[in-house]
Design a protein around this ligand. Structure first.
Ligand code: PA5
Length: 347
């Protein structure tokens, strides 16, 4: 039985605290690598996006997120590979991990509740960080995010994120109390196709989270983009008022502490949208550090998506079509049920 997403969402800040506890004694040691590659799909990949955004600011090696069964050529023996799959049974993640393992990377770690990924970790002797089951994968974001950060802190000198995580817990609890019954954004978006704009590329993971939560929880379409890139293409779509603008609503994920140029760019962009008659809503990031800002925006989107689900008259928890698709692929790909050796197993 899966805990309803509404309930799990209210527990999100508590899950961050529990995930920190879970990672207290990770049996991992230092490694030297020149890149970190995280494999994952859907709700299991968002934590990696957040990690990659924060890493851009604070880490000395890049974090690359692969949402595909094929892995890039640059995965090699100087790579740290982390596979994240809440179920442990996602075809793309398992296939990518097998290919990655065959390249003999410096270290592999998996984050999962179990499934075939657990079998593979036992066979190939790489550590599995086992997280609690019983949640929808997207509702388990803290259980992918926190182990990612704390794994890298133990192994590759990634900065200590405990203070940022503690700040996030406080900020999210306040947000939960403020937004749990504030349905204004969802009411404005209801019946329209939302387009979510990140005011800076660093907020892209949050914009994607909003889009995915609208897709999976509210069962509707949504799209996302980021400034400043949107100023070089998408803005042209707001130069002439068209009937289609009436079917859209815009949400901007803003950072009140951003630079003057970012704010000026945003005002220019917003004015173009308003002239086309599209409603524009804003969500402001909260907190001091980038991790808290991103989590506060993600969590705001999570709560809005639940309000939208209610307005759409749908149950946020089941995602039947994704389950059906996964079953189809598992039936076809028998190699996923019996993981083939990848060359890292016992001698
Ligand atoms: O939120 C969801 O249910 C999906 O987006 C899943 O996360 C996605 O299908 C991947 O599955 P898993 O997280 O089990 O690897």
């Amino acid at each position: 039985m899966v805990l309803p997403v509404e309930k799990a969402t209210t527990l999100f800040p508590d899950y961050i605290a529990e995930a920190i506890q879970l990672c207290e004694k990770l049996p991992l040691s230092e490694v030297k690598v020149n890149k970190i590659v995280v494999l994952g799909m859907g709700g299991s990949a968002i934590g990696a996006d957040i990690l990659a955004a924060v890493a851009e600011k604070v880490a000395s090696v890049p974090v690359l997120v692969i949402r595909n069964e094929e892995i890039p050529n640059y995965v090699d023996e100087n790579t740290f590979v982390i596979a994240v799959s809440y179920s442990g049974n996602t075809q793309e993640t398992l296939t990518a991990l097998k290919s990655a393992a065959a390249r003999k990377p410096k270290q592999i770690v998996a984050i999962s509740t179990g499934g075939l990924l657990e079998n593979l970790s036992a066979l190939e002797k790489f550590p599995l960080i086992k997280v609690p089951d019983g949640l929808a994968p997207r509702a388990a974001l803290p259980y992918s995010l926190v182990p990612l950060f704390l794994t890298l802190q133990k192994t590759v000198h990634f900065p200590d994120m405990h203070d940022a995580l503690t700040e996030s817990i406080h900020v999210l609890k306040t947000l939960r109390d403020e937004l749990i019954s504030d349905k204004r954004i969802a009411q404005g978006l209801h019946g329209k196709i939302p387009i979510i704009y990140a005011s800076t590329p660093f907020f892209m993971p949050a914009a994607r989270r909003w889009k995915c939560q609208f897709n999976e929880n509210a069962k509707q379409l949504a799209y996302f983009e980021s400034l400043p890139e949107a100023d070089h293409n998408e803005i042209v779509g707001y130069t002439k008022k068209l009937p289609l603008h009436q079917n859209m609503a815009v949400v901007i994920l803003n950072d009140s502490t951003s630079s003057e140029i970012t704010q000026r760019r945003l005002i220019f962009f917003k004015n173009a949208i308003i002239k086309c008659g599209c409603p524009v809503y804003e969500a402001q990031s909260k907190g001091e550090n980038l991790l808290t800002k991103l989590l506060s925006l993600c969590y705001t989107g999570d709560l809005v998506s639940l309000h939208l689900a209610e307005l759409n008259g749908v149950d946020p928890t089941p995602v039947q079509i994704i389950d059906t698709l996964k079953q189809e692929f598992q039936k076809q790909d028998s190699s996923l049920r019996s993981p083939a050796p990848t060359g890292r197993g016992p001698e």
